[in-house]
Design a protein. Sequence first.
Length: 430
Amino acid sequence: MKAIWAIRCVSTGLCFIIGAAAYAAELRGHGGAVRSIAVSSDAETAITGSFDATAIIWSLETGEARQVLLFHEGQVDVVVALPEGRYASAGIDGNIAIWEIGRSEPISVLRGHSGPVVALALAPDGKTLASGSRDATIRLWPLPEGSSRVLRGHDGSINALTFLPDGTLASAGYDSTVMLWPADETAASKRLSMPTPINALATVADGRLFGAGSDGKLREIDRNGAVIGEYAVSTGPLIALATAADNRHLAVSALKDGVVLFDLYTHRPARNINTAGAAVWALAFTGGGRTILAGGTDPVVGEWNVDTGQRADRSAPSQLDLMAGFADNPDAESFRACIACHTLDPDQGNRAGPTLHGIFGRRIATVDGYSYSPALQGMDIVWTPETVSELFALGPSKFTPGTKMPEQTITDPKDRAALIRFLEAETGRK
């Protein structure tokens, strides 16, 4: 399989990924490592946050990128699904953006932290969002907006947050402590010293609380703040956790062992998922707990089957093959992943990126109904085979100064030529 370059062009209005054939069950579109994944309550959409400063909303049925969210000044470290089809994203800029599908700007922005926000959790009633920051504070925000209540108790960065079913908030930090914050503001918090920093927390549907340790051990913590179970999962740090609705498995990302499926009945690892050496920083169950989405240093989010531990295959007839209509074009492979963000036909409209129908001869940032980056407004660029090729030969920071697009290039002229031929053949059809 050829090397793959992920080229996502939200700001330029072009969104291309050049390389080998994609797995059918991959989410391709980010230009950097994936830091967080969250799945909607109806399991129809997911959101991912990345080092490339964007969050992307995906259709889990087709793998399409439905919307690219561009707001944060720097990496997006954490995302979470909210009620009523909304999402929240946060990251290095310390801001929390609340998003509604179909809108290109946040419906509200929660500001207050003085450092990067690295943890988010939604209360069981859906009315409160908790945020944890490297500024050593936790904030509780009424949704969709309002003044926050600040919780202090950790000595250092907050690593992880999760709510228990009764509304108790659990937090973990670099200070090797876990704290429990009762929903009753008058009740005292509980503090538990751990033998190692806890990198992630997860609440199982039946109310059990687990922490992922940097020593490779998974710990179960009771409501009194005591460790009631300690289970060796790996010889290296545990990074991320995800719980399945059936209470059967906990997905554990281990730095040395990929993803481990931990059996909550036997308290033993059930199987390992081979992620080909890529560190996994983000996990989420989907498909009713039958599959796992995983993202990390590889900007592609992959999907694995829980029962077999194998990479999932969405080539079944029920899944939409977006490239099926281009089988007769020998250059179609150059556009395979790009189709998640762009349409080519005049009646299909915009996706996460603007339609590419009629791209050649069109001035930059002029597709009706698409919200472009402000940096592109007024640029004197017309898209031609030469300018599209030059965009990826030079890189976006040189060709479109001021863009927030990740700096990536396509260095092989043959790859650029294949892309141009495909666009010339397919974007002018009526």
